[in-house]
Design a protein around this ligand. Structure first.
Ligand code: AMP
Length: 122
């Protein structure tokens, strides 16, 4: 596993605590510390890929696996039937805060439109 000192690497290595809900050979999933909905889980590949801009064909299986884990966790959380949102932020305009690619699984209430009116009009 490639790793560095980013926040999510520290959680993956166990150096700082995370509310872990799932671990597979290639990803770790844990609850977001600042949840935006009743379910807000981050699904993080062990491999450090800083942003979607850094994705390579070698990452195809790992990235596909994020969806497999997301689907399972949605079922585990009881939100699969009503639906949910999967989000990956990229870079400054995407408001990415942690530069270790991750998928947000958000659900448990109606989430409204994808972008707020304010954001769209900026
Ligand atoms: P992003 O803006 O897509 O990079 O998302 C980063 C997410 O990491 C935000 O939703 C934060 O609330 C979340 N976060 C920051 N620190 C922690 C932490 N220690 N444990 C869990 N989630 C965190």
């Amino acid at each position: 596993m490639m790793s560095n000192d980013c926040l999510f690497c520290k959680i993956i290595k166990g150096d700082i605590p995370g509310d872990i809900v799932e671990q597979t050979d290639s990803v770790l999933a844990f609850r977001d510390i600042n949840p935006q909905a009743p379910t807000h889980i981050l699904i993080v590949p062990n491999k450090v890929i800083p942003t979607v801009n850094d994705v390579s064909p070698d990452d195809e299986n790992t990235l596909g696996h994020l969806f497999i884990v997301a689907k399972k966790l949605a079922e585990d959380e009881g939100i699969a039937e009503h639906g949910y949102r999967l989000l990956i932020n990229c870079g400054a305009h995407g408001n990415q805060e942690v530069f270790h690619l991750h998928m947000h699984l958000v659900g448990g209430k109606p989430l409204g439109r994808m972008l707020s009116r304010n954001v769209r009009e900026e």
